[in-house]
Design a protein. Structure first.
Ligand code: GLY
Length: 345
């Protein structure tokens, strides 16, 4: 069983560690640290709050707003935090996004590090350097691309994670296997029962693998101009489903992956049998699969930030472990969705 892991990116000047979190003290090396967290974590882990001066924010997606950013900036000024400080984001994706964004603009930039507490944070949100807030009802419209000093993954924090939030991150792990590795997909299928017991120990090697796959792409394309967009598999529809249906990101991405799989079949890239097998496995894993291609999804897709010259870089699945990016217009997606409706999955 994997109990420690380290990915060093010399290109991006960031480190991802997996192991017991008390080792972050060596990395922080007498720096002036300010912890940023949310109310839920503050009550679950009061001993962590004793370690550093802190700022506590309300829990939930609404916190990812410019007004909260202003609140944190004011707090940092009040606390007389100077440029050699390290802001340590202790929480899920909302907290790490806020921390990375605030650190990138406070006094024109201070260092930041992440101690993610959710599975989604460990495999996705706290990795990659994109940190932002929602704006005018659209996700992650305002933000920065800037790498953390380090991300420290301690899976013992998953012990307090509610099951729905486990599934939220698990959907991203499943996504990684679908686009990169048939071996991992088979591993998930084979160990389904044990993985779903959500014991952190069993997740560590899957997390390390997801980190490795993601970091390699981020190294190639840190600003998300092309190559790393493969990670958006399931996210075009996922984002609009998240906005309209107000469900957790990973659960929306699960439905978004089902949409992308159906469109991949309609486009002739993926076999119907394989698509059926994947969707059945999603169901066995407890991931949501119900989705309709609603007209409003296409309206929102038009406004989506992935739109380039009226087109969308859409991610199609070719087989398990292999996906591709194709620049398509919304009308093509509508036509594929129409065709997908008459295919039985
Ligand atoms: N913060 C998530 C990413 O950069 O992909």
């Amino acid at each position: 069983m994997l109990d420690s892991y380290h990915f060093r990116s010399i290109i991006l000047k960031t480190d991802i560690y997996l192991g017991a979190y008390h080792r972050i003290f060596t990395l922080l090396n007498n720096r002036h640290v300010v912890l940023i967290t949310d109310e839920n974590l503050a009550s679950l882990y009061p001993h962590v709050l004793k370690l550093f001066p802190y700022i506590v924010l309300p829990a939930g997606e609404e916190t990812k707003s410019l007004s909260r950013i202003e609140f944190v900036l004011n707090k940092l000024m009040e606390m007389k935090v100077d440029r050699d400080a390290v802001l340590l984001g202790f929480g899920g994706g909302v907290i790490t996004d806020i921390t990375g964004f605030v650190a990138s603009i406070y006094k024109r930039g201070v260092s930041f590090a992440f101690l993610p507490t959710s599975l989604l944070g460990m495999v996705d949100a706290a990795i990659g350097g994109k940190n932002g807030v929602n704006f005018n009802g659209i996700k992650n419209q305002i933000g920065t691309v800037n790498q953390a000093l380090f991300t420290w993954i301690d899976t013992s924090f998953l012990n307090t994670l509610p099951y729905l939030h486990f599934l939220n991150g698990f959907a991203e792990l499943v996504k990684t296997s679908l686009i990169f590795s048939k071996k991992t997909w088979v591993n998930i299928q084979t160990n389904r029962e044990i993985i779903l017991k959500t014991k952190p120990d069993y997740l560590q090697s899957l997390i390390a693998e997801a980190v490795q796959h993601k970091m390699k792409l981020v190294e190639q394309d840190p600003y998300d101009n092309y190559h790393r967009q493969i990670l958006n598999f399931g996210h075009s529809f996922g984002h609009v489903i998240e906005m309209t249906d107000k469900i957790l990101h990973g659960l929306a991405v699960s439905k978004g992956m089902v949409a992308a799989i159906k469109l991949s079949v309609a486009a002739g890239y993926l076999s119907r049998n394989l698509a059926k097998e994947i969707i059945q496995e999603f169901e066995a894993l407890g991931l949501p699969i119900d989705m309709d291609f609603k007209a409003e999804y296409f309206i929102l897709l038009d406004q989506d930030k992935k739109q380039v010259n009226k087109n969308i870089n859409f991610i199609f699945l070719k087989e398990i472990g292999s996906a591709m990016i194709e620049n398509v217009d919304t009308d093509t997606l509508k036509k594929l969705a129409y065709d997908a409706r008459s295919i039985s999955f």
